[in-house]
Write a protein that binds this ligand. Structure first.
Ligand SMILES: [Zn+2]
Ligand SMILES: [Zn+2]
Length: 337
């Protein structure tokens, strides 16, 4: 089969590789669409798990073509997506329902071969059926939305609260859309790209603010008291430092953007104490894939519009170029006939 293989730091190659062999508890999926995610870039830059060669790609959908002999819930022909996270189910954290901190965590497209390839093998317990009317392109957005579902749950948003989101990329837009569905009375978004802010309005943002150096003033005009939830979807520590002051008393700062490991953000502990603040992280997906699919199936979430470009696997280089150098790109997908 054809695959894009990450051979080593910053080197990749599109070449023929053997099809994956499935174990008795796995299914073989013919891939139809795979999104490119920041994590894929980190893997390519050897900033994550550095086991090369690896086929990355963990946001995917496709059709089952083969099932292992212990598989009971699926059959060939089923349209599916998958939670790429494979929990061991018997370590300390798995036993106390903190599976996303599994001590033996494996992930499709991260620690084992993923979906920048014609076929991918996935354990049955990670596979989810796609709602009938959902396209494969939409199905490949179920995983990023599942991360966002976990983040919004972690934020503990309450009906009527106001939300401020920094970063109007695919994740910021999904956050905006889900916060609206979850009862936020006002969602305000900040970004450096006018085009992304236009999208933010389509995704339900009530106000959009261009980060042009005057955004602080504008944000305090919009909401002088601040916001109950301030969510970062930039992952840039210098930006995150400035987001903090917009959290209103007894509010939550949601760290959703992935900052470089080892970076620092200045926080005044007195402010945390005196204003009753909460700082909340949100790592990956914790059994929120089904909720993501429920939301996608309900039609309440805008997702299709997130896909800004689709390329065949043979044009992986162009797709990567989009992700790395086109500031207006949203979700870029690799698609298969
Ligand atoms: Zn991802
Ligand atoms: Zn575990």
């Amino acid at each position: 089969m054809l695959a894009c293989v990450f051979e080593g730091k910053n080197t990749w190659d599109i070449r023929e590789v053997p099809e994956p062999k499935i174990r008795p508890d796995e299914v073989l999926i013919r891939v139809k669409a795979t999104g490119i995610c920041g994590t894929d870039i980190h893997i390519l830059k050897a900033e994550y798990f550095q086991d090369f060669p690896i086929i990355a790609g963990h946001e995917f959908s496709g059709e089952i073509v083969e099932i292992g002999k212990e598989v009971t819930q699926f059959r060939p022909g089923d349209r599916v997506t998958a939670d790429p996270n494979i929990f061991c189910d018997h370590c300390y954290y798995c036993k106390i329902n903190k599976n996303n901190h599994c001590l033996n965590l494996q992930a499709v497209g991260v620690t084992r071969n993923g979906a920048f390839a014609e076929y991918v093998a996935v354990p049955e317990k990670c596979v989810f059926p796609l709602p009938a009317h959902l396209s494969f392109a939409e199905g490949a957005l179920a995983e990023p939305l599942a991360c966002v579902v976990y983040g919004v749950r972690r934020s503990n948003i309450q009906p009527g609260e106001k939300v401020l989101i920094f970063g109007a990329g695919p994740i910021g837009l999904l956050l905006a859309s889900l916060f609206k569905v979850s009862g936020a009375s006002q969602v305000v978004m900040v970004d450096i790209s006018e085009k992304k802010l236009q999208m933010a309005q389509k995704f339900g943002a009530d106000e959009v603010v261009l980060a042009d150096g005057k955004e602080r003033e504008t944000l305090f005009q919009i909401s002088p008291q601040g916001f109950e939830v301030v969510a970062d979807a930039t992952g840039i520590p210098k930006v995150m430092e400035k987001e903090w002051e917009f959290v209103e008393p007894d509010g939550t700062f949601l760290v959703f953007g992935v900052a470089p490991r080892g970076s620092e953000m200045r926080v005044d502990p007195y402010e945390v104490f005196q204003r009753d603040l909460r700082i909340v992280g949100s790592f990956a997906v914790k059994k929120t894939m089904q909720y993501s699919l429920n939301l996608l199936g309900s039609g309440k979430m805008m997702v299709k519009e997130l896909v800004s470009a689709q390329y065949p696997l043979s044009r992986f280089g162009d797709a990567l170029e989009d992700v790395l150098h086109n500031p207006d790109h949203l979700k870029v997908q690799i698609v298969f006939a």
